[in-house]
Design a protein around this ligand. Structure first.
Ligand SMILES: [Zn+2]
Length: 137
């Protein structure tokens, strides 16, 4: 990698819901509650704030899939409208709940790696791109 900095991909750590710095520690202690510190690299995650970003991205993605799905099954099958609405609601609810955690984890990882002035790097730790490999297996 350029600059000799080894770091986990924000997308891969986000999809795995792992720490953005080391890629190994758990990121969540609840459904959407972040752990206070990474159990592996001690990154302070109390300062992570993804705001409403994950929900907005999830809404755009899920609705871009659900609306064509609803029109398609309504057009292709002669099902009643209530059945189409129920199936679409299940798709929207399941898709939203399923994507919310990875979306939040990806945004936290992107914030960590691409905002040099953010509070991740002012709250202790060794900063971005300086992963301490002393505890590696
Ligand atoms: Zn970590």
């Amino acid at each position: 990698m350029a600059g000799g900095v080894s770091r986990p991909s924000p997308v891969s750590t986000g999809l795995a819901c792992r720490c953005p710095r080391c890629g190994r520690g758990r990121l969540f202690s609840g459904f959407l509650t972040l752990v206070e510190r990474c159990e592996v690299c001690q990154l302070d995650l109390r300062v992570a704030d993804s705001g409403d970003g994950p929900a907005v991205f999830v809404i755009f993605i899920v609705l871009a899939i659900a609306v064509p799905f609803a029109f398609a099954i309504w057009a292709w099958f002669d099902w009643p409208a209530w059945l189409v609405m129920v199936l679409t609601s299940i798709l929207v609810l399941g898709g939203s709940l399923g994507l919310l955690r990875p979306a939040k984890a990806i945004l936290v990882a992107l914030q960590f790696w691409h905002r040099p002035q953010n509070s991740f790097h002012q709250s202790g730790g060794s900063g971005r791109g300086t992963i301490d490999h002393a505890n590696d297996d």
